[in-house]
Write a protein that binds this ligand. Structure first.
Ligand code: IMP
Length: 188
């Protein structure tokens, strides 16, 4: 990011690490995704399900780029820890507020990394008999997959880098950065 863009962002130099995606780049990608989803779901009963808390920022922008009547809901999951993470066991911390029957569910995620979260969620949502279940993820890191999953809508494909901002956190912070960056060493 140029010094000018950094200054415009209002964030201090000590915090801003290697910027991977600027706010403008993200907004442009969100617009494109919204347009495609608007076309694909124009005749469907659309329910966006955002995975808390990382997808909150993305959902807020994406839903306003989808020019269709739609509903939103939220789900929160956490992995059971190291051992079970590799087996793909994910715990639901907060479940959906309403049934998904007769809805076309589009899960909104910040990043698909190992694929374990998406593989698990897809299974449990499908078991509730929706019309369809797909995913729209702002970021995709295909190099780090542990399970083969399809990501239906992708904003950006990233190499294996840990990033923060635009909803993505490091120890629950930095979600409010308007851009996406690799955190500086001293922050980790
Ligand atoms: P996975 O696909 O099951 O590995 O889970 C994806 C989840 O891992 C995301 O929703 C994030 O919470 C977290 N995650 C993966 N990569 C990153 C990253 O680069 N920054 C912050 N969180 C990440």
């Amino acid at each position: 990011m140029t010094a000018e863009l950094r200054e415009r962002s209002g964030w201090a130099d000590e915090i801003v690490g290697e910027v991977v995606l600027t706010s403008d780049e993200i907004q442009e990608a969100v617009k494109k995704l919204g347009k495609k989803i608007t076309e694909d779901y124009h005749d469907k009963n659309l329910l966006l399900v955002a995975i808390l808390r990382g997808a909150s920022v993305f959902l807020a922008d994406l839903m306003r780029e989808i020019h269709l009547p739609l509903e939103i809901d939220f789900i929160s999951v956490s992995s059971y820890g190291h051992l079970t993470k590799s087996s793909g066991v994910v715990r639901i911390m907060k479940d959906l507020a309403a049934p998904v029957e007769s809805k076309h569910v589009l899960v909104v995620e910040d990043v698909v990394d190992t694929g374990l979260t998406w593989a698990y969620l897809k299974q449990i949502i499908e078991a509730r008999n929706p019309e369809s279940v797909k995913i729209c993820s702002l970021l995709d890191k295909p190099e780090t997959r542990k399970v083969p999953v399809t990501v239906d809508y992708v904003g950006f494909t990233l190499e294996n880098k840990f990033v923060v901002g635009y909803g993505l956190d490091w120890k629950d912070q930095y979600r409010n950065l308007p851009f996406i960056m690799v955190p500086k060493k001293h922050m980790k």
